[in-house]
Design a protein around this ligand. Structure first.
Ligand code: SF4
Length: 441
């Protein structure tokens, strides 16, 4: 049986798709591309905006056209949040919500007891399958230790689509890190839908700081990254653990969302700009070369031209390494969708472009600081022309060359110059050996 899977949305969805794929492969199913004839098409949907919903349905129609006899199975956030909308579509054979991997497998092989299988994840505690997965072409593994969210930021549908916050017990996290080490992974990204909410649902509750302390002590993996933490959840304790352990990469992603206090309030974020600045400064005091990145939404309903100008000024004043800029897009069912004062699409586009320009300047400035210095880079797949890329511990994208295959090796690269979004440099040492000797071997 051949299956194809299309994934919409964020890294968490990509992670879930990789999990689905590995389960189906273990059952002997063969994966093919989504534009090829398959027996089953799976659409791992996203519902972050109304547009994402339409795209999920478009993919279902496309699958049906590719093979009218195929089974079309919808899963992911849209399936979870609005199964009725998907089950109305005649192209769709089955709708399976999140946290039901066995039912998804049954739907794929045509053995599902029902056409729509969705639990209320705000009431039922869905299991989180724990398994490290690597994204295509990457040597880093993602480990999802937390699902769902209880925060209800006004623009976000995640607490509905992914349900209540739930976490994996520390002991299982440590076992998973051991297994990833045995499989040869040298870098792991601890991820979650709202990682800052980690452990509050466990009995007894566990603080994220406690988990990170255990990871620092017991993880055999030498490069650990934390995917994202909301600013108010980055405690001094967490900063101290990350700073004092060599295993944690000096890289944090702290979503700011808006650089203006009234807008932050309307977004129902739980900090103000002064607090955010304090967190960034605290991290950089302890780790001056750390990369701090952020997410920003521009054109939030009611965001005036003056507020946007203040936001951009605030972001410009922060020593950030990169920005991910999201033009606001309406999501029905969120509080923000009902806020008056919608910003016009053209103006949202203009604001996104302006904020992205700030982001590009910041990224270049951050990278230029390391020219002439040595960066520890975990190399990814070797290209046929001898080029090979990877990320430094502080999240600089580095491109270098190697005559021998050094995939999945941590090497030291002397940074020479910045080219677009990446640093170009020369390998000077391969895990303790010098580069000349490595070449001779
Ligand atoms: S904390 Fe993150 S996941 Fe939770 S509601 Fe806010 S934006 Fe969404």
């Amino acid at each position: 049986m051949r299956f194809a899977i299309a994934t919409l949305g964020c890294k968490v969805n990509q992670y879930d798709s990789a999990m689905i794929e590995s389960r189906l492969a273990a059952r002997g199913l063969i994966r093919c591309e989504f534009d090829q004839p398959a027996d089953v098409y799976i659409v791992n949907t996203c519902t972050v905006t109304d547009r994402a919903d339409s795209e999920s349905l478009r993919l279902a129609r496309r699958a049906r056209r590719l093979n009218p006899k195929a089974r079309v199975v919808m899963t992911g956030c849209f399936a979870q949040a609005n199964p009725a909308a998907l089950s109305r579509a005649h192209e769709v054979d089955a709708v399976v919500g999140l946290a039901r991997p066995d039912d998804l497998e049954r739907a794929v092989i045509g053995d599902a007891p029902e056409r729509v299988m969705v639990s209320n994840l705000r009431k039922v505690r869905g299991e989180i399958e724990l398994k490290g997965v690597a994204m295509e072409g990457q040597t880093r593994a993602f480990l999802k230790l937390q699902e769902g969210c209880d925060q209800f930021c006004s623009f976000c549908i995640v607490p509905v689509s992914r349900g209540a916050s739930r976490s994996v017990e520390p002991r299982r996290v440590i076992d998973a890190l051991d297994q990833l080490h045995e499989r040869g992974f040298k870098e792991v990204i601890l991820s979650g839908v709202h990682l800052g909410g980690y452990g509050r649902d466990l009995d007894p509750p566990v603080e994220l700081a406690h988990l990170l302390e255990m990871v620092a002590e017991r993880s055999p993996i030498g490069r650990i990254r934390i995917s994202s933490l909301d600013p108010e959840e980055l405690s001094d304790g967490i900063i101290a653990i990350i700073t004092s352990s060599e295993k944690f990469c000096p890289h944090l992603h702290l979503p700011l969302q808006a650089g203006e206090d009234r807008v932050l309030g309307a977004m129902r974020r739980r900090y103000d700009t002064a607090f955010y600045r304090d967190r960034v400064e605290r991290v950089l005091e302890a780790m001056p070369d750390a990369a701090i990145g952020t997410d920003l939404i521009v054109g939030f309903p009611g965001e005036s031209a003056e507020e946007f100008a203040a936001s951009i000024k605030f972001v410009e004043s922060l020593p950030l390494a990169y920005l991910h800029v999201f033009p606001y897009a309406v999501r029905a069912g969120t509080t923000a969708a009902k806020i008056p004062g919608k910003v016009s699409p053209a103006e949202i586009k203009r604001r996104a472009a302006a904020m992205r320009r700030v982001g590009e300047r910041k990224r270049t400035l951050f990278m230029e600081r390391f020219i002439g210095q040595t960066l520890k880079v975990l190399l990814e797949e070797q290209r046929q022309d001898g080029g090979i890329g990877g990320y430094s511990r502080n999240y600089v994208r580095v491109l270098t060359r190697s005559p021998s295959d050094l995939s999945n090796q941590e090497v030291e690269v002397e940074a020479s110059f910045v080219e677009g979004a990446q640093m170009v440099g020369q390998i000077v040492s391969v895990q303790g050996r010098d580069a000349a000797r490595a070449e001779a071997n």
